[in-house]
Design a protein around this ligand. Sequence first.
Ligand SMILES: Nc1ncnc2c1ncn2[C@@H]1O[C@H](COP(=O)(O)OP(=O)(O)O)[C@@H](O)[C@H]1O
Ligand SMILES: [Mg+2]
Length: 397
Amino acid sequence: MDLKNFNKKSGRLVRRWATFGRESIEFDYFLPNPLPDMKEFCNNISIMEKSNEANRAIGELQGLTKNIGNIDLFTDPYMRKEAVDSSEIEGTYVSLTDVFLSEAGSKKPEFTNPNVREVVNFVHSIGYALEQLKSKKKIDKELLNTMHKFLLNDVRGKEKLVGKFRQQQNWIKSKGATKDILDADFIPPSEEKVEELMKYLFDYINEKDGFMRLIKAGLVHYLFETIHPYEDGNGRVGRTLILLYLIKSQILEEPILYLSPYFKKHKEVYYSLLMEVREKGNYDKWIKFFLEGVTEMAINTSKKVKKLIDLYEEYKQRLKKVNATQISISLLDKFFESPYWFISQLQGELGGENYPKTKRGMKYLVETNIIREFTQYKRNKIFVAPDILKILEEDLI
Ligand SMILES: Nc1ncnc2c1ncn2[C@@H]1O[C@H](COP(=O)(O)OP(=O)(O)O)[C@@H](O)[C@H]1O
Ligand SMILES: [Mg+2]
């Protein structure tokens, strides 16, 4: 913390002793205040404008997704893209191809590497939370802890506590880790405060009040990252929490808006504005940045969805022209869900279609340049739909 600028608006520093190894160290941790009243933001014209813009952009995106018959064709691959981007912010670099191939069950060693497994775990973790939200309609400790368990299940950081709030003091260093808490840029609340602070956050999240929910989403992310309730995974769980909150509070009907590409592009600003809230109580600047991100990503996602819809229509026309079989259309859907498939898997996905029929259906997709062989395995070939993959991979359009 930059103590010269610390004005105690968003919290206070609390002195404590803690033992690290054999050493006992005295330091100050940050104890955040309750989140500010919404009135603070209502009087800020620029924030109100940005909030309206963001709502408008989300509205457009929702309108677009309403016209899609099977929305899973877009949300499933898109969730994988988010898992890749959110992990990249934390220094885990994995390509979208790695994730798709790993999920398709490719046994090639590069697809079973720990980084890929971590991102695939993340996909399960988001999927689990979204499924739970459908019936549960509440975001609570159990939901987040289970997500955390899925995320860090059997990967690096195994020695860290998984599926539970931390039971020791942690600290954040912007550039590179430090073993010395006294070198930290930020020291989150003591482990003894985590339970109580998270309870406050869950109550805030689950409040019925539907007023200014986008602004609240930004505040929720700030407070979650400030509490830093887990030993690891706070960045990824905290960004997923934004999506869960938007769905829970009915801003979003589908899991189609993710902010990680924006945070990735502005990582330094992202971190420093969170710090500015802690040091100077500058909620406004953070909220503006957050709302701009929502707008940018909603507009971007709309463009992406439009591109995918156009491609889908074009592909259907191509298949019609060559009098392709009905199976080809079902196969086409599958390639929108995931751009990589083993032919054997597709057979199963089509409800156990026989091999010759599936193969013939695939032939039409190859002939029309929708898919091509990705591997040269003799027995079980992998096919890829390169143009679909390219659109999914694009960061900002
Ligand atoms: N210098 C910083 N200032 C503010 N927040 C930071 C800073 N460094 C890291 N963070 C926050 O901590 C998160 C990383 O915490 P961590 O528990 O390691 O999450 P993950 O395991 O998902 O990487 C970042 O995404 C960010 O939200
Ligand atoms: Mg980490």
